[in-house]
Design a protein around this ligand. Structure first.
Ligand SMILES: [Zn+2]
Length: 492
């Protein structure tokens, strides 16, 4: 009997402990990721509650009003209508990051930040005060880290790239690599929130939802794995222009260097080559054989250190996860992974984070969108506090070497990214040209940064079906870097 009572008490205590743990977890996740729950369409209560509040204004980093409200008196009270910027270019340039009142873009500021914009961050006393004074309640105003001038500039540059007349598809992300503050998060094609519509899935936010093969930009990850492995780091390679590896059916297939087959049909090769030079000329042969020497397990571990396979949970931005393939790991598939193909997928936001982390000595900052949240009575509710998302993508000495490798790509003789170079600045980067089934041309990619703590800018460019990263994406990166260097540093 005594034993039974003792057992019941133990079980009771255990249940109590579990209950407390559950409560603590609930409180924790609601505090940290409340906006994720709050902005879901399942929250129908929100729709009703929204009608009693004037939504807060949204400004860009320079104080340009991106979204405000017009209040009109009606017979039974009043209604607030959302108003956007006068310039159609600015509206189209920021619509994916801002979202729209109709909710066509998922997880834009208008929906994801509804908790702040509709005043649900306000305390009971604040609400009572408004209620008693008869004042209309207004939500918090947000100042974003976005620079609408930069966004409009990028919009014009990208839309001018359209050769066939069809709107270009792709994404551009620009951020401060020291703080994680996002200066531009753009998806193409875009649309005007006042009109809507258009071809090519304009509501889809490719910058954070689009998952792309990273192509040769992934050689940054493969290089990090090699440089971290004492048995492999000093090795030299022999490029024959084509590497043979077995696929699932046991068939031997070849991996070629880009442009390795000359017009005359002969193979052009890099011959004896070290990793650094292979990185600057983007030799597929070297990186495919490096992946095989590393083994799939080591390459996967390095990719995970860079954030692949991670469930991204950022405070301000919802970002799709990037994946490292886990099936079909034949010799050929592993070799292809080493050059950024074979089921590897990453969002343009994540690619920008990778470049930013190399710039920031291996520390990946969490991307942030909100610089300040101000309550309707003028009090500062919240301010950007830079936070690391990952402490180390690689050891500091490896990160430092990667930076040198990326500087070579843009600045050394024969580097594939030389069109991204800007006079007077140390631009670092990596190009990529990813093959996609059913597409005539490759996707053009570029990731890079300015290696200067006074201009800590990192970016990623993805242009679908446009050709090579060196000839299509790198020149756009050049334009963006130059714009930022010329237009002051207020945005940073
Ligand atoms: Zn080669």
């Amino acid at each position: 009997m005594k034993q039974l009572r003792h057992r019941i008490r133990s079980v009771g205590l255990l249940l109590c402990a579990l209950f407390l743990l559950l409560g603590a977890y609930g409180a924790y996740s609601l505090t940290n990721y409340g906006s994720r729950w709050f902005s879901t369409s399942a929250n129908s209560w929100l729709r009703g509650a929204k009608q009693d509040v004037i939504p807060g204004d949204v400004y860009d980093v320079n104080g340009v009003l991106l979204a405000g409200s017009a209040v009109t008196e009606t017979e039974d009270g009043w209604t607030a209508t959302r108003r956007y910027h006068d310039s159609a270019d600015v509206r189209r340039a920021v619509v994916h990051v801002l979202g729209d009142a109709a909710g066509r873009v998922s997880n834009g500021v208008e929906t994801f930040m509804a908790q702040a914009l509709y005043g649900f961050d306000q305390g009971m006393a604040e609400r009572m005060n408004d209620y008693l004074s008869g004042a209309r309640r207004k939500g918090d105003s947000l100042t974003l880290t976005i620079d609408s001038g930069l966004c409009a500039y990028i919009l014009n540059k990208v839309e001018a790239l359209s050769a066939s007349g069809a709107p270009p598809r792709g994404a551009v992300v620009v951020m401060n690599w020291k703080t994680g503050a996002v200066l531009a998060e753009m998806s193409f094609p875009t649309f005007d929130p006042l009109a809507g519509g258009g071809e090519g899935e304009p509501y889809f936010n490719r910058a954070v939802q689009g998952r792309y093969a990273p192509g040769s930009t992934f050689k940054t990850v493969t290089a990090a794995a090699v440089l971290s492995d004492p048995a492999l780091s000093g090795r030299s390679y022999t490029c024959t222009g084509a590497l043979s590896a077995q696929d699932q059916e046991g068939t031997v297939r070849e991996i070629h260097d880009a442009g390795s087959v000359s017009a005359q049909g002969t193979l052009v090769s890099h011959g004896q080559i070290d990793l650094r030079r292979a990185f600057l000329v983007s030799c597929n042969n070297t990186f495919a054989s490096a992946a095989l020497q590393l083994t799939d397990a080591k390459l996967r571990r390095q990719a995970m250190a860079f954030g692949f396979e991670e469930n991204f949970l950022f405070r301000d931005i919802v970002v799709e996860n990037s994946s490292y393939p886990d099936t079909d790991r034949t010799e050929w598939a592993v070799a292809m992974t080493g050059i950024g193909q074979s089921g590897l997928l990453a969002t343009p936001m994540h690619l920008c984070l990778i470049a930013a982390a190399v710039a920031n000595d291996g520390v990946m900052m969490e991307p942030a969108l909100v610089r300040q949240a101000i309550a309707s009575d003028g009090r500062l509710r919240r301010e950007l506090v830079p936070q690391a998302a990952r402490r180390a993508i690689a050891d500091a000495d490896v990160a430092a070497l990667l930076k040198e490798y990326m500087a070579d790509v843009v600045n050394a003789e024969g580097g594939t990214g030389h069109q991204a170079a800007v006079a007077g600045a140390r631009v670092c980067g990596k190009t990529g040209s990813a093959e996609v089934d059913g597409q005539e041309n490759t996707n053009a990619l570029f990731i890079g940064f300015i290696d200067d703590p006074d201009t800590p800018v990192a970016l990623s460019v993805v242009l679908e079906d446009m050709g090579s990263g060196g000839s299509c994406a790198a020149p756009l990166a050049h334009d963006i870097f130059e714009y930022i260097l010329q237009n002051g540093r207020e945005m940073l």
